[in-house]
Design a binder for this molecule. Structure first.
Ligand code: ADP
Ligand code: VHF
Length: 376
């Protein structure tokens, strides 16, 4: 752990999904709270300026729609809810667009449904669009496509949607901002003496007994936040649940402060050698991996073989530190390479059994051995 940083895994996160719940954004239904929006936008712009990529998942369409239509209370009929969401979604994105303009950040509205994140072709499409928007410096603002979903296929709560978005873009961290300081050991609305859980393994069974359901307008309460954290953990995404009204909450969470509830994925902390490798500054080249190799590196911690490499950039020698990038150019790992750049180019895409024929000598089977590789 770095000195002064209590949660180094969170402090190291580069790709974020930040989810803002209805309970926070609308103060339990009293229309959109523009002050909160302005405060959150300032913090999101700040997070971006620190080199992080961010996707915002924002609820609040139904709540904003109710106020715009002059309705009191949340209707129960699906079509009324959908009408309110359709009206409110424009109000919502307009508010964000106005606020982000002050930071010269363009926004994009992304309305997603069940199939968009669960069917493979649409999944790839949604992923491509989100990563392109991030690369362009645009702030994607995601909500469920409430207007067209039917009861059977709606997520209903945006916690689940945010977790699926985190899976979609392989986020490092998911921040669920709500109207509570985090997950308490009982619902604080009915148990004023409940205690905040500062951190816990996301899969710990005792969490299920603590999480209760939601407030007036929020849908899922802590039950869906816990479920979302477990979903997010599938892509190695760490989850923090925190109070959105706390001053500078996003910066505090992102710098690894001990605030809110951290639901840990339980990934093995890096050993000292790997931390050292990760911190090496001179990286004279990189290799581009195919999707299979990215998956193998991330999920099974194996060595990088030449067969998983599609391209080689830069000029390096055997033993140099080389970045391993995915097809979108994101660095997924780095390590000490066993071959020079000239040799690596000859070996890319080839099985290890062909190394001797290609180079004229029997070198290492791995391009980068797992002991010399650190996953980022
Ligand atoms: N164990 C718990 N700890 C904290 N809050 C809880 C717990 N169980 C239930 N809740 C409720 O969850 C609510 C937050 O969820 P929700 O209303 O869905 O908000 P959001 O719109 O931000 O998703 C809190 O206001 C609280 O009443
Ligand atoms: N799509 C809905 C969000 C549903 C909802 O209330 O979610 P949440 O506040 O995250 O529990 C809306 O924009 O109103």
């Amino acid at each position: 752990m770095q000195a002064g940083i209590e949660r180094s895994e969170i402090a190291a996160a580069k790709r974020w999904v930040v989810k803002v719940g209805s309970a926070l954004l609308t103060d339990d239904g009293r229309g959109l709270d523009q002050k909160i929006i302005a405060a959150l936008v300032a913090q999101l712009a700040d997070l971006r300026s620190k080199g992080c990529e961010v996707v915002l998942v924002s609820s609040g369409a139904v709540a904003a729609g109710l106020v715009r239509l002059g309705w009191r209370g949340r209707p129960t009929a699906l079509h009324d809810l959908q009408a309110a969401a359709a009206v409110g979604q424009s109000v919502l994105v307009q508010s964000y667009e106005n606020a982000f303009k002050d930071y010269d950040i363009a926004t994009a509205q992304i309305l997603l449904g069940h199939d968009d994140v669960l069917a493979r072709d649409r999944y790839l499409n949604a992923r491509g669009t989100l990563t392109t928007l991030m690369r362009l410096g645009v702030m994607p603002i995601v909500n469920e496509n409430d207007t067209v979903v039917t009861d059977e296929i709606r997520f209903g709560d945006n916690d689940t949607l945010a977790a699926l978005v985190a899976n979609l873009i392989d986020a490092d961290a998911l921040l669920l901002l709500t109207d509570q300081q985090g997950l308490f050991d009982a619902d604080p609305r009915s148990h004023p003496d409940a205690k905040l859980v500062q951190q816990c393994d996301v899969h710990a069974p005792e969490l299920d007994d603590m999480a209760g359901d939601g407030g007036v307008l929020g849908r899922g309460g802590m039950v869906t936040k816990l479920r979302a954290a477990r979903l997010a953990a599938r892509s190695g995404t760490e989850t923090v649940i925190a109070l959105g009204r706390e001053a500078d909450i996003i910066a505090k969470v992102a710098r690894g402060d001990n605030i809110g509830t951290w639901l840990r994925t339980g990934k093995q902390p890096q050993n000292a050698r790997k931390q050292w490798l990760a911190g090496m500054l001179r990286v004279p080249g990189s290799v581009e991996l195919d999707d299979g190799a990215v998956r193998v590196l991330r999920e099974s911690g194996r060595s990088l073989l030449p067969v998983g490499v599609r391209a080689v950039q830069g000029n390096f020698q055997r033993g140099d530190m080389v970045a391993c990038r995915d097809s979108q150019g994101r660095e997924v790992a780095r390590g000490l390479i066993n071959y020079s750049a000239v040799e690596a180019r000859q070996l890319q895409g080839q099985p290890s059994s062909a190394i001797e024929d290609i180079l004229g000598y029997q070198g290492d089977a791995e391009l980068i051995h797992r002991d010399n590789l650190v996953i980022l």
